[in-house]
Design a protein around this ligand. Structure first.
Ligand SMILES: [Zn+2]
Length: 121
């Protein structure tokens, strides 16, 4: 499933409008990558048992982050496939990747401006 998101790019008081195309990540793929991250951190926690003194901090810390990491990975329900938006400053196309969670921040490759991308309501 894909959807288009109308967005506004902003640099100070200059704006431009465009759209992002986002794709839903299937439940099965999300589960798999959540297990991968959670499992990796869990193994690190087990390995940290053998590090003297530091294991008092590392073991519980990594145990907790294995669950938090897995959960955060699982929550990534969508990813940005394509961005059709121009830099408000120089009009060159902006590259936007990752999860469509607004506000997004990106840098224009052409003029090095920091661009904030907001969802158009
Ligand atoms: Zn630019």
């Amino acid at each position: 499933m894909q959807r288009e998101i109308e967005v506004i790019a902003k640099i100070d008081n200059k704006t431009s409008t465009g759209k992002l195309i986002a794709e839903e990540i299937p439940e099965s793929v999300r589960k798999k990558s959540a297990l991968k991250i959670g499992g990796l951190l869990f193994l690190l926690a087990l390995a940290a048992v053998f590090i003297p003194i530091l294991h008092f901090v590392l073991v519980p810390g990594l145990m907790i982050s294995s669950f938090v990491g897995a959960y955060m990975q699982y929550k990534k329900a969508e990813k940005i496939l394509q961005a059709e938006i121009a830099c408000p400053n120089c009009s060159s196309p902006l590259e936007v990747t990752g999860t469509p969670k607004f506000p997004l921040h990106t840098d224009c490759r052409n003029c090095m401006s920091q661009v904030t991308i907001l969802e158009k309501k």
